[in-house]
Design a protein around this ligand. Sequence first.
Ligand code: THU
Length: 138
Amino acid sequence: MDKSELLKLAFDAQKRSYAPYSDFQVGAALLCKDGTVYQGCNIENASLGATNCAERTAIFKAVYDGKREFQAIAVVGKKNSETEFELCAPCGICRQVMAEFCDPGTFEIILGKNTEDYRVFTLEEILPLSFTGKDLAD
Ligand code: THU
């Protein structure tokens, strides 16, 4: 699975977004180390605080299915009213959820404007000095 294919799956997922409050529709495609892919979209809520981002939808689906080893995630998003996609960076909560399961030095976050125009960051780059389970160990 190359980065363009993963981005294509994120664009497909973006179409399932439920975002009646922000109108900002996000899709994600999470590549597991075993080669399987989990897609997610943002799912908003009238309370706003109960909204779930696309990245977390994909990660939680995968974890429920017993997957905990992840290689990369592609993320795309834009306002429904816009025609062009700009880079959509994961929010702080999603970065923290990634830190729970993903290796900071190798897990790749692929942010795409389209399947050919994208940027790649490691988790370490977008979440330096993270707080993880290691900090709670005896
Ligand atoms: N959102 C995501 O799903 N992922 C991101 O990386 C950034 C933000 C969603 C949450 C909310 O439904 C909408 O985008 C506006 O914040």
